[in-house]
Design a binder for this molecule. Structure first.
Ligand code: ADP
Ligand code: MG
Ligand code: MG
Length: 209
């Protein structure tokens, strides 16, 4: 099918929380050489609050807005406000919708990414979460345009996010704490690009199941 339903979005959010809990140490280890060793704890704490506060019902926009509000209120530092803005800006056109089309989901990704860019004054190539999110958004749109297969399109998005995450290794950071290291940020995978990949992989897994 070519749509995403309310229960699928709920499953995505719950799976994201599980995967971020499982990868808490890994994300924090990635944040140790080029940051302050808290990214795993930030995301795990944030998503625990997300699941706790998630509203009942199938309103997709309401669920995604709630994710945003929980992340903004529970996660300090860079990632909380950035992921919060991402979900908040993405959620707005989806308020009241219990089913979302591929076109609407493509718009969600675009709005979400623009929110991060504006809030972070950042763009692709600066060694941030955008380096996973933007290629994923492009891959989703391209794959969905082929034959409107939602699971295949989300799988393509997750695969592109993984590649984008790996592509942050040789980059020199230009935003966030890692940028303070200058050239010494080269050779390390960006923690935020990694959590973005995990969240997109959780989306693919939740819709496939
Ligand atoms: P903090 O750096 O405040 O401790 P986290 O460790 O939770 O926050 O998150 C760090 C991640 O946030 C980075 O790996 C990067 O992906 C992302 N990030 C930081 N600054 C920006 C920005 N200006 N734009 C986009 N992403 C950013
Ligand atoms: Mg950190
Ligand atoms: Mg911090």
């Amino acid at each position: 099918a070519g749509t995403v339903t309310g229960p699928m979005v709920r499953a995505w959010i719950e799976k994201s929380a599980e995967v971020l809990a499982e990868n808490r140490k890994y994300l924090t280890e990635l944040d140790s050489p080029i940051g302050d060793s808290d990214h795993g704890n930030n995301m795990d704490r944030g998503y625990k609050a997300v699941v706790e506060k998630l509203p009942e019902g199938d309103d997709i926009g309401a669920m995604l807005k709630s994710v945003a509000m929980s992340l903004i209120s529970k996660v300090g530092g860079a990632a909380g406000p950035l992921y919060g803005t991402m979900f908040l800006d993405g959620s707005k056109p989806l308020i009241g919708k219990t089913v979302v089309s591929g076109e609407e989901l493509a718009q969600f990704f675009a709005d979400a990414i623009n929110g991060v860019k504006k809030r972070g004054r950042s763009d692709v190539g600066m060694k941030t979460m955008l380096d996973a999110l933007a290629p994923a958004s492009d891959a989703f749109r391209a794959e969905f345009a082929k034959d409107g297969d939602m699971p295949a399109s989300l799988k393509a998005a997750a695969a592109a996010a993984k590649q984008g995450m790996e592509a942050t290794i040789p980059m020199q950071a230009q935003r966030g704490r890692a940028s303070y290291l200058g050239e010494r940020s080269i050779g390390h995978q960006d923690p935020g690009a990694t959590s973005s990949y995990l969240i997109l992989q959780a989306f693919s897994d939740a819709v496939e199941e």
